[in-house]
Design a protein around this ligand. Structure first.
Ligand SMILES: C[S@@+](CC[C@H](N)C(=O)[O-])C[C@H]1O[C@@H](n2cnc3c(N)ncnc32)[C@H](O)[C@@H]1O
Length: 265
C-alpha cells in the first residue's frame, strides 16, 4: 500500500527529474546525453526506470520510442500517471523482471541511470548478459552511478547529516540511519534503511567484473567530480587518490564489440 503522502512525494520527485534541467543528481546525466548522443529515431530501453522521470525526459527531448521497465510496481504506477498527465505517446512503462521474462525487441540505446548500484552483483551480471542480447546492431548501453567513494553514494547522507557517511563504523552508521529512518516510495524497498542495505558498494572495478560475462566493453568513461566545477577543469577525470573521493558520478558507455577508433577517455 502506497500512502497518498508518498504518492504525492513520488509524483513531485519524478516530475522534477523530468522537467527541471537542473534537478541536482541528474543534471550532469542530461548534459552529457545531450552533448554525446542523438536519440532521434532510436529505440531506448530505460532499465530500472523507477518513477519515470528520465524516461519521460528522453521521450520529450528526442523523437524516440522509450520503453521503461522496473521491478517495482509502485514506481511504475507513478511513471504511468505522469505519462498520462503529460500526454506523451512515445513512452511505455512496464513492471518486469528481465531475468524471469526476457525481452523480445531490440534496442539502440539502453540506459541504467542510478540503477546499477542498487542490484546485487551476481544479479547485475545476469542482467548485463540479457541486455547484451537485446542490443541492436551498433547499439550502446549507458550506465551512470555514484561510485562507492563518492560523498553521496550512501543515499542516506541527507538523513545522517554528513557526506561520505558510508565510511563510519557500521554500527554507528546503522544506528544513525535507524534513528532518522523514514518511508520512501517503493514496494521492493520501502524505507531508507532497506535502500541503504540494498546497495552493492559499486566501484569501477566491480562494474567491469559484472559486465565481463556479457561481452560488453567500455568505449567511453567519464568520472564527474566536484573539481570539474573549477573553471578550466570542466573535463578532467581525477581518478587518483585522494581526489577520487571527490568523484560524484561515473558514466560509462558500453558496446558489444571494441571499436579500435574509440578509446577509453
Ligand atoms: C534509484 S532508482 C533510479 C530510477 C531512475 N532510473 C532514475 O534515474 O530516476 C533505482 C531503480 O532500479 C530499480 N531496480 C532495482 N533492481 C531492479 C531489477 N532487477 N530490475 C529492474 N529494476 C530494478 C528499482 O526498483 C528503482 O526503481
Amino acid at each position: 500500500m502506497m500512502t497518498q503522502t508518498l504518492y504525492d512525494e513520488g509524483i513531485n520527485y519524478a516530475e522534477q527529474n523530468f522537467l527541471d534541467e537542473t534537478a541536482n543528481h541528474l543534471k550532469v546525466d542530461k548534459e552529457l546525453i545531450r552533448s554525446k548522443f542523438n536519440l532521434d529515431g532510436k529505440k531506448v530501453l530505460d532499465f530500472g526506470c523507477g518513477m519515470g522521470g528520465m524516461s519521460l525526459w528522453y521521450a520529450k527531448n528526442f523523437d524516440c520510442q522509450v520503453h521503461g521497465l522496473d521491478i517495482d510496481a509502485h514506481h511504475v504506477r507513478i511513471a504511468n500517471d505522469l505519462k498520462a498527465k503529460h500526454g506523451l505517446e512515445n513512452v511505455k512503462f512496464e513492471v518486469r523482471n528481465l531475468l524471469e521474462k526476457p525481452l523480445e525487441d531490440k534496442y539502440d540505446f539502453v540506459v541504467l541511470n542510478d540503477v546499477a548500484e542498487h542490484i546485487q552483483l551476481p544479479i547485475l551480471e545476469k542482467i548485463f548478459v540479457e541486455i547484451s542480447k537485446v542490443l541492436a546492431e551498433d547499439g550502446s548501453v549507458f550506465v551512470s552511478y555514484p561510485p562507492w567513494k563518492s560523498p553521496y553514494a550512501s543515499h542516506v547522507h541527507h538523513i545522517v547529516g554528513m557526506p561520505w557517511c558510508q565510511f563510519l563504523p557500521e554500527k554507528t552508521l546503522l544506528k544513525k540511519i535507524e534513528k532518522n529512518n523514514r518511508p520512501i516510495v517503493g514496494e521492493e524497498e520501502s524505507d531508507l534503511l532497506q535502500a541503504y542495505k540494498g546497495l552493492n558498494h559499486l566501484t569501477n572495478e566491480k562494474l567491469m567484473n559484472a559486465i565481463k560475462p556479457s561481452g560488453l566493453k567500455v568505449v567511453y568513461r567519464k568520472s564527474h567530480s566536484i573539481v570539474n566545477k573549477v573553471p578550466g577543469l570542466g573535463n578532467v577525470n581525477l581518478r587518483i587518490f585522494p581526489l577520487d573521493y571527490l568523484i560524484t558520478k561515473e558514466f560509462v558507455l558500453l558496446k558489444t564489440f571494441k571499436n579500435e577508433n574509440e578509446n577509453e577517455n
